[in-house]
Design a protein around this ligand. Structure first.
Ligand SMILES: C[S@@+](CC[C@H](N)C(=O)[O-])C[C@H]1O[C@@H](n2cnc3c(N)ncnc32)[C@H](O)[C@@H]1O
Length: 290
């Protein structure tokens, strides 16, 4: 029998890459994942039997590799998602985007007689698509990504969560001229939006470990994905359809303008929990564009 309090102190001492508060959270996370010990068990020094070789795990943590990649999973919108170095680790801001759509669709599409549908562009781990498929069972959900490895992980996450999502490899910057789907009711996306000039403000754990394909855009074309999404949505949304995207906090007005210029209406810039401009949404009224 071993003391959980002793193991906690021991692991905490070995994690040198993080400040104390963050290191403590990481140790609680590790002990719950590998030993099933909750915070309360550790505080009350519950004993345990299982032996874990912590050497590799601590080594990886001390290179700043995110704990989610080491454990191979994370939580998003109350569900488990597998993650690896081909997908971005889902962020809390993106949970806010999912919540926004769940709330908004109630007023926008009440009791529709048509098949309601959602497309998630740049699905990564599938966190948005899978969460929406679970939260909104009356919507049919599709998801695109350019990365085959990401699509494989997203497919596994759909299976893990028993969600019905159709995944397809599509480059949104060069989309197919015609798509084999009737117009979508909602198009959602959290595309790459970090400019290369913002690199020096990024933490090592993001920069060295998360896929650059998921993060970065050229400084000269920071809105390239929003232009592509607005074009695609203009051609592939239903009348009264909703587009909602996560954005670079410094480019709220500029991103809104992309959708305004394309002919979308009711454009909203919304803030995240940290009071930063983080989401743009818009509606497409086809009669305005005839
Ligand atoms: C910021 S990540 C978002 C991942 C996930 N939706 C999330 O919110 O955690 C952007 C995603 O867009 C994908 N992507 C990058 N370029 C793309 C392109 N040209 N066409 C389609 N997807 C692309 C990346 O592979 C990545 O999975």
């Amino acid at each position: 029998m071993q003391s959980s309090k002793q193991l906690y102190d021991n692991l905490l001492q070995q994690i040198t890459a993080y400040e104390t508060q963050e290191a403590k959270e990481i140790v609680f996370w590790l002990m719950e994942f590998y030993l099933g010990l909750r915070k309360i068990d550790i505080l009350s020094d519950k004993s345990f039997e299982k032996t874990i070789d912590w050497t590799k795990i601590i080594e990886r943590l001390n290179t700043h590799e995110p704990i989610q990649y080491i454990l191979g999973e994370t939580e998003f919108y109350g569900r488990r998602f597998l993650v690896n170095d081909s997908v971005l680790i889902p962020r809390p801001e993106t949970e806010e985007l999912v919540k926004y759509i769940v709330d908004k669709q109630k007023n926008q599409f009440p009791e529709s007689s048509h098949q309601l549908s959602i497309l998630d562009i740049g699905t990564g781990s599938g966190c948005i698509a899978v969460s929406l498929a679970k939260e909104l069972p009356n919507f049919e959900v599709s998801a695109y990504d350019i990365s085959e490895k990401a699509l494989k992980t997203a497919q596994k996450n759909a299976e893990l969560n028993k969600a019905d999502v159709t995944f397809e490899k599509v480059d949104i910057l060069n989309p197919p001229f015609t798509i084999h789907h009737s117009p979508f009711t909602i198009i959602v996306s959290n595309p790459p939006y970090v400019t290369t000039q913002e690199i020096n403000r990024m933490q090592k754990n993001v920069l060295d470990f998360e896929p650059h394909l998921a993060l970065f855009v050229e400084d000269s074309e920071p809105l390239i994905f929003y232009e592509a999404i607005a074009n695609f949505a203009f051609n592939n949304l239903t009348d009264n359809g909703l587009v909602a995207v996560e954005i670079n906090e410094t480019l709220g007005e500029e991103t809104a303008d992309v959708f305004r210029r394309k002919g979308f209406s009711e454009i909203e810039i919304s803030k995240d929990i940290h009071q930063k401009d983080r989401f743009v949404s818009a509606i497409l009224y086809k009669k305005d564009n005839e």
